[in-house]
Design a protein around this ligand. Structure first.
Ligand code: SAH
Length: 216
């Protein structure tokens, strides 16, 4: 018989702690979001495995460790306005929304965006605003952002996103690297025209692509 999902969630939180996730606010946010809501039904029993899983439109919901790690390294607080590029299932967005003041999230696949929007509404996550569009362009009308998280890998950091980062201490976390190469999470901290770059963890993300897709 399979264990109840709540028990599996507690085990996952223990694993995240052992792997170095120490920010209690991040752990609490992960603990509060039901990952099973964001994945296809047939994968329900795997909702709290520390693994990436397939979602619609050939995309993936990231591994919980990576969600926790990127969230922790973004250093979000409840006064901040945050941009997420790559809504996907909406899971990372739901976690971020519990830690920031307002979350703006952009997705280029229409069916993914529609499903995520419905979930945010169902879960009462009222501080999330969605956009069906090309996140490589950012969201100029809402800029500047205190924090930007990109959840798809780019060859290089999109210029438009750098421009939309808050000048004094804005932080962006983004996977960088081509699909066939090892990608790394970069953390970029802005001070005026100066962008300090730190190379963090090796990762594997789906590509950041331009344009929009009306697939079904
Ligand atoms: N944060 C998501 C991860 C989804 S995978 C989650 O928690 O489930 C990355 C997502 O980025 C995919 O849905 C993909 O369609 C999207 N994406 C890729 N390039 C994009 C772009 N230029 N603008 C917006 N979304 C993009």
């Amino acid at each position: 018989m399979s264990e109840p999902l709540e028990e599996k969630k507690q085990q996952l939180l223990n694993i995240l702690r052992m792997e170095g996730i120490h920010d209690e606010n991040v752990l609490a946010a992960i603990g509060a979001v039901k990952r099973e809501k964001f994945i296809p039904d047939y994968l329900r029993q795997q909702a709290y495995e520390n693994a990436a899983l397939p979602i619609e439109s050939g995309q993936t919901i990231s591994q919980p460790y990576i969600v926790a790690y990127m969230t922790q390294e973004l250093k979000v607080d409840n006064k901040m306005k945050v941009l997420e590029v790559g809504t996907g299932s909406g899971y990372q967005g739901a976690v971020l929304s519990r830690l920031c003041r307002r979350l703006f999230t952009v997705e280029r696949h229409l069916p993914l965006m529609q499903r995520a929007e419905a979930l945010f509404k169902e879960l009462g996550l009222l501080n999330i605003t969605t956009l069906f569009g090309d996140g490589m362009k950012g969201w100029p009308e809402q800029a500047p952002f205190d924090r930007i998280m990109v959840t798809a890998a780019a060859d290089k950091v999109p210029e438009k996103l750098l421009e939309q980062l808050k000048e004094d201490g804005g932080i962006m976390v983004i996977p960088i690297g081509a699909q066939e190469e090892t990608q790394h999470i970069y953390r970029i901290t802005r001070q005026g025209d100066d962008f300090e770059t730190e190379v963090l963890l090796p990762v594997k993300f789906v590509p950041l692509l331009g344009g929009i897709v009306h697939d079904s």
